[in-house]
Design a protein around this ligand. Structure first.
Ligand code: NAP
Length: 538
């Protein structure tokens, strides 16, 4: 069995930076990645139209000044190939590949209390022992295809947006279906509609979507960031979402109806997620929220020519922003095309799949290919894919049977030296992921250095501190409208998954300050060697 200081799972943006930091801190580190190359979510989600909805000047690493100055983004909101190229560049620039095993899954990781080490087993039969075991597997990486009746009878081609093939797929001349209208569906549908002979979109719940108003990067815009990059990055770290969005810090009802509509119209014209920053009470006051939602529905009616289709595309069953808001390029316009049909599977769900298509109500639909844009087992799925067992063989799945339990989304009691990057209970998916990734990687690295400095071997949260944090995460969410939606944030998209709000929405800056205070207070809520030794002996 080989032995290293740290085993890391995943070579996406978390794993890459983690490897760089741990290695620089002098720790021998091995990274295992199930994909054939670096990039994580941007390696797998290569469906047509895939693009990031956070601006690239912000959705990028800040840890290396020269890197952020050297790299040029071609567009304001980058497409998947450009983000993947960036991940590859980072891997090469910092010589990271030599410590990454590709096409290799970590299947289990068990804590061995006698040796105070983790033993990780891989899909290639290797066993590696390590003092630190770190899951850097991302929050949205376990693709889900619902268990539709007769799915295996279907003999055409099937694809999932989150597991897209690497070779070019030619849909021209095909009868194509897309099932699902979340961010992935909304991004891919306009592109697929141009390619396929006919596209049928199966929609269960309509989504709020704002145009991205994407554009090519201008030198002037790039300079406006790069000239003061470190200052801007510092502001991002203390912001609510880890990105600089202009929040209009007044209530929607502090202005006249005309002024309110003008604000929405302006934000709509600018595009992107900044729409939700139109007023400060959109996510806490349902009447305020209604006004923002109604404006989007008005826009849909304006764009979509067929009023029945427009109504079907208009979300009404949950407040705007409580499911992840979508950002699109020509989504609603796509439903004006002659070769596109929208099918409502809320009123009448998909009954079953058959060899050449599927059946909804009385009607059978025939397809050459079907694209599942049906989402992910988010936040916990990728953690549960590895059989993780802590002290006394306690499994993570068992501990979290009623929902994830973490301290700060970083660690969980009974699992010493096991860290999660952007785990449940941290801002994670409610933030600019790269900002949160950098903060967690820095926290983990500095905690390890702290342990080394004080000659300590083990670290884990105190159960009381963990329980308080779990409650705090729910309390914060319950002050907002978020729990009102059947979202993947709540685990609602996976049958049988416990319903609770998984990310922390107290704000990126607030969360960072809490972490800093905890560290300054001698890692309040964490316990180290001595206490653990006593607990183990009891
Ligand atoms: P998603 O938001 O979970 O959407 C899944 C879609 O599939 C929903 O429309 C859902 O309907 C539908 N669906 C699921 N199960 C179904 C069933 N049994 N029958 C019928 N319909 C079903 O997944 P996603 O679009 O892949 O996006 C996931 C997240 O990834 C996003 O929220 C975002 O955070 C991230 N993402 C980001 C970007 C970006 O940066 N631009 C792009 C893509 C994804 P219901 O709503 O009724 O459940």
């Amino acid at each position: 069995m080989s032995s290293v200081d740290a085993v890391v799972v995943g070579a996406g943006f978390s794993g890459l930076y983690l490897l760089h930091r741990l290695r620089s801190a002098g720790l021998t580190t091995r990274v295992f990645e199930r994909g054939g190359d670096v990039g994580g979510t941007w390696y797998w989600n290569r469906y047509p139209g895939a693009r990031c909805d956070v601006e690239s000047m912000q959705y990028s690493y800040s840890f290396d000044e020269k890197l952020q100055q050297d790299w040029h983004w071609p567009e304001k909101f980058s497409a998947q190939p450009d983000i993947l190229a960036y991940a590859n560049h980072v891997a090469d620039r910092f010589d990271l590949r030599k410590d990454i095993d590709f096409d290799t899954e970590v299947t289990s990781a068990h804590y061995d209390a006698n040796r105070s080490k983790w033993i990780a087993k891989t899909s290639k039969g290797e066993q590696v022992s390590a003092r630190f075991f770190i899951m850097a597997t991302g929050c949205i990486s376990t693709a889900q295809i619902p268990e539709f009746d007769g799915l295996h009878d279907y003999s055409g081609e099937t694809y999932h947006t989150g597991n897209w093939p690497h070779e070019e797929i030619d849909f021209s001349g095909q009868r194509l279906a897309v099932i699902g209208t979340g961010s992935s569906g909304i991004q891919s549908i306009p592109v697929l509609a141009e390619e396929a002979k006919h596209l049928t979109v199966f929609q269960r719940t309509p989504n709020y979507s704002i145009p991205s108003q994407n554009e090519f990067m201008t030198e002037e815009y790039e300079r406006s960031w790069k000239d003061i990059y470190s200052r801007r990055r510092a502001e991002m770290r203390l912001s609510a979402h880890g990105s600089l969005k202009d929040l209009n810090d007044v209530s929607a009802f502090s202005v006249s109806e005309n002024e309110r509509c003008e604000t929405y119209a302006k934000r709509w014209a600018i595009g992107g997620t900044g729409y939700l920053g139109s007023f400060n009470d959109l996510l806490t006051n349902s009447e305020a929220n209604y006004t923002a939602a109604e404006f989007v529905r008005h826009k849909i009616r304006e764009v979509v020519k067929n009023p029945i289709t427009a109504e079907l595309l208009s979300p009404r069953s949950y407040p705007i922003g409580t499911k992840r808001i979508c950002i699109d390029t020509g989504y609603f316009e796509t439903f004006n095309r002659d070769n596109v049909e929208l099918v409502d599977i809320n009123a009448s769900p998909i009954q079953r799949f058959v060899s050449d298509g599927l059946v909804v109500g009385e009607r059978k639909y025939q397809f050459d290919s079907i694209v599942f844009a049906t989402g992910f087992d988010a936040m916990t799925g990728s953690l549960f894919n590895v059989d993780i067992k802590g002290r006394d063989g306690f499994s993570l799945k068992k501990k979290w049977y009623a929902g994830p339990r973490t301290y700060l989304g970083l660690m969980t009691a009974s699992f010493p030296n096991f860290f999660m990057i952007t785990g449940p209970g941290s801002p994670s998916v409610k933030s600019n992921m790269i900002v949160s990734i950098e903060q967690h990687v820095d926290f983990v690295t500095e905690s390890i250095l702290h342990m080394q400095k004080h000659d300590m071997k083990l670290m884990e949260p105190d159960l009381g501190a963990e329980n308080d944090w779990v409650k705090h995460v729910q309390d914060v969410a319950n002050k907002t409208l978020f729990p009102r939606a059947n979202s993947w944030y709540m685990g609602a998209n996976i049958p049988g998954k416990p319903r609770l709000f998984m990310p922390y929405i107290g704000g990126v800056g607030t969360y960072r300050k809490i972490c800093e205070e905890i560290v300054a207070d001698n890692y309040r809520g964490f316990v180290f060697d001595k206490v653990l030794a006593v607990t183990a002996a009891e």
